[in-house]
Design a protein around this ligand. Structure first.
Ligand SMILES: [Zn+2]
Length: 108
């Protein structure tokens, strides 16, 4: 029964693809509702969503804007968020205009 923590970091969720985790980590393993910004050490209570608002300077968000974010970081996180919402509503786009045009050409 050893209590020595061998894992170097359990301050992030395992297997996350979210780039926001590059710039944040849990305050501690027991305080996962608080995420620390690695850019400016600001503590965001409200999890990774709040950290993103902090880094992205989301308008209307309650989070304090991060003083050390860069346009590159914001772009990286924004692109990830856009990709996520795109894949959610991709259904219904199978019959694209190109596809319909191709059929018309074939029928002529
Ligand atoms: Zn910050």
């Amino acid at each position: 029964m050893s209590s020595s923590g061998a894992s170097s970091s359990n301050l992030r969720p395992a297997n996350t693809k979210d780039p926001a985790w590059k710039y944040g980590e849990y305050k501690s393993a027991t305080e996962k509702h608080i995420v620390k910004c690695l850019l400016c050490s600001h503590l965001c209570s409200g999890g990774i969503t709040r950290l993103k608002e902090h880094i992205l300077h989301s308008p209307g968000a309650n989070a304090k804007p991060c003083p050390r974010t860069t346009p590159e970081i914001r772009k990286e996180i924004e692109e990830f968020m856009n990709k996520k919402s795109e894949s959610k509503c991709r259904r219904g786009s199978f019959y694209s205009e190109d596809f319909v045009r191709d059929i018309r050409v074939m029928m002529m």
